[in-house]
Design a protein around this ligand. Structure first.
Ligand code: COA
Length: 297
């Protein structure tokens, strides 16, 4: 699908996208590039980075891929400095690197729990911390009166609770909290806007493969609740809104982009039944209360 934004809205900007070599974050890299930004992607696998950079360059996007693990502070420093060395500045940091798998708490070791928090929560914080000197107003290549942007990719799992996702729910709750704290402190001190996106299930991603495994969905057709899947494009458009001037007054929010899925719950009474019984129940309750002494009404 074509973008609804003008193609020059990110002209002159440089974006660093962790986990930007695949899935949702590759689409964010592509759309940011198509709207004028130079793109640096950070990931652990050289072949994934190379394929992603080739695909971006083939569309005329200025792009580089730098290997690194967000769990290692020295990698964060090296990748951020490598980006600035190559493109001369850093304007947008997208924290998309994440880890996920399904596991029940009784089968998940503390190290498994910690691994996901290390990638998602501590990794996000580390990248933000190391990028500050370039993102803040007056940072290299920045206007002395305006700073850069941070976008943290989150989830909706922790708004209620999600089966087999105790680790990711805890990790993303921390990410949302980091988004708000940095928006408060770095928004006022350094003019950096910090926002998040909480995507729903997105078609053709590792998340879809991991959370709705085909091995299960194919054998349970008819039993599985139907879930409307989003497209990577939906998330990339939300990201463009948040990092462009269209979102210039938005700070500290995590935008849910899931078609309303997180609100869904079983419809335990049908509409026909509600039509039939609602008025009868109401009438009965009035009869009951009318019979009571006034002090109890
Ligand atoms: N169930 C239970 N525990 C698991 C698990 C699973 N499916 N997968 C990993 N773990 C545990 C391991 O057993 C280990 O704990 P232990 O030392 O107590 O045994 C711990 O998690 C770390 O696993 P390891 O494989 O060494 O970590 P890693 O750094 O190589 O990989 C992951 C990190 C596990 C998060 C891996 O899934 C990954 O790299 N993910 C990145 C891609 C991704 O998931 N993206 C998100 C898409 S939604």
């Amino acid at each position: 699908m074509e973008s609804v934004f003008k193609p020059d809205i990110l002209n002159g900007k440089t974006a660093l996208i962790t986990g930007g070599g695949s899935g949702i974050c590759f689409e964010i890299s592509t759309q940011f590039g198509k709207h004028g930004a130079a793109i640096a992607i950070m990931g652990r696998r050289r072949h994934v980075l190379d394929a992603a950079v080739d695909a971006l360059r083939s569309q005329g996007i200025r792009a580089i891929g730098i290997e690194g693990d967000v769990r290692k502070q020295e990698d964060a420093v090296r990748v951020i400095e490598g980006t600035v060395k190559h493109f001369g500045r850093l304007d947008i940091l997208v924290n998309g690197a994440a880890g996920n798998f399904l596991a029940s708490p009784e089968d998940l070791s503390p190290n498994g729990f910690r691994t996901v928090l290390d990638i998602d929560s501590v990794g996000t914080y580390t990248m933000c911390h190391e990028a500050l000197k370039y993102l803040k107003k007056g940072g290299l290549g920045k206007d002395p009166s305006s700073g850069g942007l941070i976008l943290n990719i989150s989830a909706t799992l922790h708004y209620r609770a999600a089966w087999y996702q105790i680790h990711v729910s805890a990790a993303k709750a921390a990410v949302d909290s980091i988004t708000r704290s940095l928006a408060l402190e770095w928004g006022s001190d350094f003019d950096i806007r910090v926002n998040g996106i909480a995507p729903g299930l997105i078609e053709g991603t590792l998340g879809q493969q991991k959370l709705l495994p085909k091995e299960i969905t194919e054998t349970r057709k008819g039993l599985m609740p139907s879930v409307r899947l989003g497209e990577k494009w939906d998330i990339a458009m939300a990201a463009l809104y948040l990092v462009s001037d269209a979102g210039k007054f938005v700070n500290g929010t995590t935008l849910i982009v899931d078609g309303g899925h997180w609100l869904s719950q079983p419809q335990y009474i049908s509409k026909e039944e509600v039509k039939k019984i609602s008025k009868i129940v109401e009438k009965k309750s009035r009869e009951l209360t009318v019979g009571l002494p006034t002090s109890k009404l």
